[in-house]
Design a protein around this ligand. Structure first.
Ligand SMILES: Cc1cc2nc3c(=O)[nH]c(=O)nc-3n(C[C@H](O)[C@H](O)[C@H](O)COP(=O)(O)O)c2cc1C
Length: 365
C-alpha cells in the first residue's frame, strides 16, 4: 500500500521499531504442563519477529493466577529458562518482545491449575460457564474465593516478581493485562467487584486502586520504560459489565499518566469510544486494538487509526496467526491466509508453527 503509515518506523523508548504493527497477545496453550514454554513457542514468535513489537500470550505471574491448563508461567527457574530460549530466538531474528502478565483472578478451575486450588477474585462471582479444564475437557464454573487484603498485596508482589523474572529471561519489557476480564479488569468492572473496602466500588479512587498499585509496583521493580498496560474499557467478554466505563478509565489513566510507562494498549469498541476519550489524557505511546469481538482487524482499519492520529501503533491478533510475515504482506498488498479455528487452542506445532511466510519475488537489481 502506498503511503502506509503502518509501515513507518517508531521509537518506543530505546527500542527502534521498524514498523507500527504490534503482534497482539494471544493465548495458544502450547506450554508444557509445568508452565514452561516449549521449544515450538520460540519458533512461533521468531517467525513473527518482523512485527514492530511482539507481545506474548498471557502468562501467569504466579500459580495462584493460572487461568488455564498449559498456559505458560513466569514464576519458576524452569519458566525463566524456557522464556530465555524464546527471547533469544526473537532477538536473533531481529525482533523485540514484551511478556504479557495475565493473572486470572476469578478465571480458571481447580482442574485447570497446577496448585489445584479454587481461583479467587475481588468477589465471589463466578464466570459464566462452562469453563475449560485440563486435557481439553469442560466443567461448570466454580464460585471463586474472595481475595483478602493479604491476597491482594501478595498478587501485587507476584506481579513485580514475575516482571523481574521476565527481564531475567531477556524480555524487552512487560505488558500488564488489565483487559478482557482478567484480574485487574475484575477490580474495575461493576459486577465482579462487590467489595466495600479500599479496593471496592465505594469511590472511583478505590475501584482503580488495585490497577494503579500493580502498575506502580511493576514500574518500581523493572523501570517504567519497560512497563506497559493493556485495558479494554467496557469489554463484556466472559460476562463483565461496565455501565459507565468513562469515569473509571479516565481516573485510572490519569493516575498512571505521569509514571512514564512504555505504553498504554487500548482495545476500542462501539460501547465506549476509548481511543477518542483517553488519547488526550495519555501523554505516552498509545497502541490501539480495534478488532475486539468483531472481525479480524484489517490493514485499512489500522491505517485509518494511525492517519486519524488516534494511536501511535496498532496491534493485530488473528491476522498474525496464519500470516507470520504480516508486515511484508501489508507492504506487498498480498492476500491474507485464514487460521484454522479448531487448532487455535490445541497443543503442538500443527496449526501453530506450520503457517508459511509468503514466497516473495526477489527484488530486481
Ligand atoms: C486465539 C486468541 C487468544 C487471545 N488471547 C489473548 C491474551 O492472552 N491476552 C489478551 O490480552 N488478549 C488476547 N486475545 C485478544 C487479542 O489480543 C486481540 O485483542 C483480538 O484478537 C482482536 O484483535 P484482531 O482483530 O487483530 O484479532 C486473544 C485473541 C485470540 C484470537
Amino acid at each position: 500500500m502506498a503511503n502506509s503509515v503502518l509501515l513507518t518506523p517508531y521509537s518506543l523508548g530505546r527500542l527502534q521499531l521498524p514498523n507500527r504493527i504490534v503482534m497482539a497477545p494471544m493465548t495458544r496453550f502450547r506450554a508444557a504442563e509445568n508452565g514452561a514454554p516449549l521449544p515450538i513457542v520460540a519458533d512461533y514468535y521468531a517467525q513473527r519477529a518482523s512485527a514492530g513489537l511482539v507481545v506474548t500470550e498471557g502468562i501467569w505471574p504466579s500459580s495462584r493466577g493460572q487461568a488455564g491448563w498449559r498456559m505458560p508461567g513466569l514464576e519458576t527457574s524452569a519458566h525463566i529458562a524456557g522464556w530465555r530460549v524464546v527471547t533469544d530466538a526473537v532477538h536473533a531474528a531481529g525482533g523485540r518482545i514484551f511478556a504479557q502478565l495475565m493473572h486470572g483472578g476469578r478465571q480458571g478451575h481447580p482442574l485447570s491449575r497446577l496448585d489445584g486450588d479454587v481461583p479467587a477474585g475481588p468477589s465471589a462471582v463466578p464466570v459464566p460457564g462452562p469453563v475449560h479444564i485440563r486435557d481439553g475437557g469442560k466443567a461448570d464454573p466454580v464460585v471463586p474465593g474472595v481475595m483478602t487484603r493479604e491476597d491482594i498485596h501478595t498478587a501485587i508482589r507476584h506481579h513485580a516478581a514475575a516482571a523481574v523474572n521476565a527481564m531475567s529471561a531477556g524480555f524487552d519489557g512487560v505488558e500488564l493485562h488489565g483487559a478482557n476480564s482478567y484480574l485487574i479488569h475484575q477490580f474495575l468492572a461493576d459486577n465482579t467487584n462487590l467489595r466495600d473496602d479500599e479496593y471496592g466500588r465505594g469511590s472511583i479512587a478505590d475501584t482503580v486502586r488495585f490497577g494503579v498499585e500493580v502498575v506502580t509496583a511493576v514500574a518500581d521493580a523493572i523501570g517504567a520504560s519497560h512497563t506497559g498496560l493493556r485495558l479494554s474499557p467496557g469489554n463484556p467478554q466472559f460476562g463483565m459489565t461496565e455501565a459507565d466505563p468513562g469515569p473509571v478509565y479516565r481516573a485510572l489513566v490519569e493516575a498512571i499518566d505521569g509514571l512514564g510507562l512504555a505504553y498504554l494498549h487500548l482495545t476500542d469498541n462501539n460501547r465506549y469510544p476509548a481511543l477518542t476519550d483517553l488519547r488526550p489524557r495519555w501523554a505516552g505511546t498509545l497502541i490501539a486494538n480495534v478488532g475486539e469481538n468483531g472481525s479480524p482487524t484489517t490493514q485499512k482499519e489500522g491505517e485509518a487509526v494511525l492517519s486519524a492520529r488516534k494511536a501511535d501503533l496498532v496491534s493485530y491478533g488473528r491476522a498474525f496467526i496464519a500470516n507470520p510475515d504480516l508486515p511484508a504482506r501489508f507492504a506487498a498488498g498480498a492476500g491474507l491466509s485464514d487460521p484454522v479455528e479448531e487448532k487455535l487452542y490445541t497443543h503442538g506445532a500443527d496449526g501453530y508453527t506450520d503457517y508459511a511466510a509468503l514466497e516473495m519475488e526477489p527484488a530486481e537489481s
